[in-house]
Design a protein around this ligand. Sequence first.
Ligand SMILES: Nc1ncnc2c1ncn2[C@@H]1O[C@H](COP(=O)(O)OP(=O)(O)O)[C@@H](O)[C@H]1O
Ligand SMILES: Cc1ncc(COP(=O)(O)OP(=O)(O)O)c(N)n1
Length: 274
Amino acid sequence: MIPVTLTIAGSDCGGGAGIQADLKTFQELQTFGTSVITALTAQNTLGVHDVQAVPSDFVIAQLNAILDDFDVSAIKTGMLFSSDIIRAVSERLQQEKIPLIIDPVMIAKGGATLLKTEAMDAMITHLLPLATILTPNIPEAEQLTNTKITTIDDVHQAAALLLQMGPEMIIMKGGHIAEDHAATDRLYFKDGRVLTYSSQRIATKDTHGTGCTFSAAITAGIAYGLNVDEAIKQAKDFIFHAISDGLGIGHGHGPTNHFAFNNALRKTGDPDAH
Ligand SMILES: Nc1ncnc2c1ncn2[C@@H]1O[C@H](COP(=O)(O)OP(=O)(O)O)[C@@H](O)[C@H]1O
Ligand SMILES: Cc1ncc(COP(=O)(O)OP(=O)(O)O)c(N)n1
């Protein structure tokens, strides 16, 4: 049976991030992708031009439609936008025992707000305690912990604070640390273990949707039965190929290439080519 994956996130009509990036990633990693849409964005590679939130009762109607019928193997959340939506989703997910990957999406690369300021408390209080894996980048970790992160030591300290908020594991994406010249992510466990995942940092402006794609790839790996370490290694390969083999679409920060991982696999028999 093909595993079923679910993303609870916002729509990016431009296809590079959000629900669309998640479903493309789920499909490429051999899972059956389903989706609950929390908000519609009018968005392209130049930025987010408008946002319409979906009423929280309709978000829950979508979630019930999926969970009442499908045997979902792993769930991810992305843009949740408001405290109403976060509270409703958390309450519904609390009733399930399905691995939950939380990408705490807050601000798009162009600066648009994808999480209202009023929703930060709800995210910390209601959603983070449900996380199997939390996947913040540095600015998101700074917001959640109310700390400034400039060194790798700061990253360790912020991860420790985030673990106290309830997630089982934190993967800190290190893209914004000046002393890290590679693209290095660190996985923190409650027992103090830390695993490191590193790839070459690619110099490109086409990184729209990298966070969404990476967390969706982890979700697909977990749904497939990989352990967390294997799922993150695969996700790191997936995003590395997606960034390095860019598509050149749009006039701004272009989307990543969701075909690239499988293209590399078909060519070499081994996608681990970096
Ligand atoms: N330019 C890049 N080259 C290689 N990997 C990257 C690049 N930018 C981001 N990544 C990787 O993509 C994944 C998603 O990162 P993202 O959410 O964009 O975080 P960050 O803000 O830390 O870059 C992470 O594994 C990160 O290390
Ligand atoms: C609808 C929607 N969800 C999430 C994002 C943020 O995506 P991310 O992967 O963090 O990439 P950038 O916005 O930084 O390109 C989004 N833009 N839209």
